[in-house]
Ligand binder design. Structure first.
Ligand SMILES: Nc1ncnc2c1ncn2[C@@H]1O[C@H](COP(=O)(O)OP(=O)(O)OP(=O)(O)O)[C@@H](O)[C@H]1O
Ligand SMILES: [Mg+2]
Length: 256
C-alpha cells in the first residue's frame, strides 16, 4: 500500500531525512519509534503530502488520512460538527449525517455529540479526532504521537482503538516516542533516529481488541457503504450505547 524509497529531506540545508525506505502493507499497523528530532513527523508529513521530499520516491496506493499530534479539533464546533466538517463538500447530506452518527456510535462518543472539545477528556478528544479521520475512509491512516498527553489507561484504549480501525483494506502508520504504547499497538516497529531507519522489531503480541473481527467487519461495511458499494447492512440498526457500557466497538476506555 505504501512504498517509501530512499527519501531525503533537508530543512535550511541540514538533512532531516537521510535515505529513508520503508513499506507498509494493507492490514498492517506499523510503528515508527525513536527519539525526539529523529524525523518521524517529517516523514509522515512527506507521506501525507504536507511536505515535499527533496529526493526519493513515495508511492501510495489509496487515500491517506492524518491524525495530528494535538488532534486539532475545532474548538467552536461540537463533536458531531467536527466529524461532519470533514464530509462538508458532500452533496449527499442525509447519507453524510447517517455516516457520522454511525461512526460516533461505533466509537462510543455519540452521547458526546453536542459537547465542545474543551469539555472532553483527552481520550474523548482522541476518539473524536479518530472519527473525523475515519469518516473519510482513508486506506492509510497516519497518526502522529496519538498518545501525547494521555495517561497510561487512555494509552491502552488508543492502542485498542487503532487496532480496531485496521482492516484487510487499511493500514496504519503510527509515529510515537512511547515504545510501550507501540508494543501494544503495532505489528512491527521501525526505529528511526537521525533521519534514518535502523532496526525493525516484529511484535509477536500486539494488543488484540476484544471481538476484533466484529469491529473490523463493521468498519469495512461502513467504508463500502460510503463508497457506494452494496453492503448487507442498511445502516445503524443498534441502539446508541451509553458511554461506559460495552458496545459493538469496545475500546477498553469506556469512561473516557
Ligand atoms: N519546518 C521545519 N523547518 C526547519 N526544521 C524543521 C522543520 N520541521 C522539522 N524540522 C527539524 O527536523 C528535525 C526532525 O523533526 P521531526 O519533527 O520530524 O522529529 P520527530 O522525530 O517527529 O520528533 P518528536 O519525537 O519530538 O516529535 C528536527 O531537528 C526539527 O527541528
Ligand atoms: Mg514528531
Amino acid at each position: 500500500m505504501l512504498q517509501v524509497r530512499d527519501v531525503w529531506k533537508n530543512f535550511q540545508g541540514s538533512p532531516v531525512l537521510r535515505g529513508v525506505s520503508l513499506s507498509v502493507g494493507a492490514g498492517e499497523v506499523v510503528g515508527l519509534a525513536g527519539p525526539s528530532g529523529g524525523g518521524k513527523s517529517t516523514l509522515l508529513r512527506c507521506i501525507e503530502g504536507l511536505e515535499t521530499a527533496d529526493e526519493g520516491a513515495i508511492a501510495l496506493d489509496g487515500s491517506v488520512g492524518f491524525m495530528f499530534q494535538d488532534f486539532q479539533l475545532f474548538p467552536h464546533m461540537t463533536v458531531r460538527e467536527n466529524v461532519a466538517y470533514a464530509l462538508r463538500p458532500s452533496k449527499k447530506e442525509n447519507r453524510a449525517a447517517v455516516r457520522v452518527q454511525d461512526l460516533l456510535e461505533r466509537l462510543g462518543i455519540w452521547d458526546l455529540r453536542d459537547r465542545y472539545p474543551r469539555s472532553l477528556s483527552g481520550g474523548q478528544k482522541q476518539r473524536t479526532a479518530l472519527a473525523r479521520t475515519l469518516v473519510l475512509d482513508p486506506d492509510l491512516l497516519l497518526c502522529d504521537e496519538p498518545t501525547s498527553g494521555l495517561d497510561a489507561d487512555c494509552t491502552d484504549g488508543v492502542a485498542r482503538l487503532l487496532r480496531s480501525a485496521v482492516s484487510s483494506q487499511r493500514a496504519i502508520l503510527i509515529a510515537s516516542h512511547d515504545s510501550d504504547f507501540l508494543k501494544k499497538a503495532a505489528d512491527r516497529i521501525l526505529h528511526m533516529q537521525d533521519g534514518t531507519i535502523g532496526k525493525e522489531v516484529r511484535n509477536p503480541f500486539p494488543l488484540r481488541a476484544p471481538n476484533g473481527a466484529v469491529r473490523t467487519a463493521d468498519l469495512l461495511a461502513l467504508a463500502r457503504e460510503e463508497k457506494g458499494e452494496q453492503s448487507q447492512e442498511s445502516g445503524p440498526q443498534e441502539e446508541p450505547q451509553e458511554e461506559g457500557t460495552p458496545s459493538r466497538i469496545e475500546f477498553g476506555e469506556g469512561q473516557g
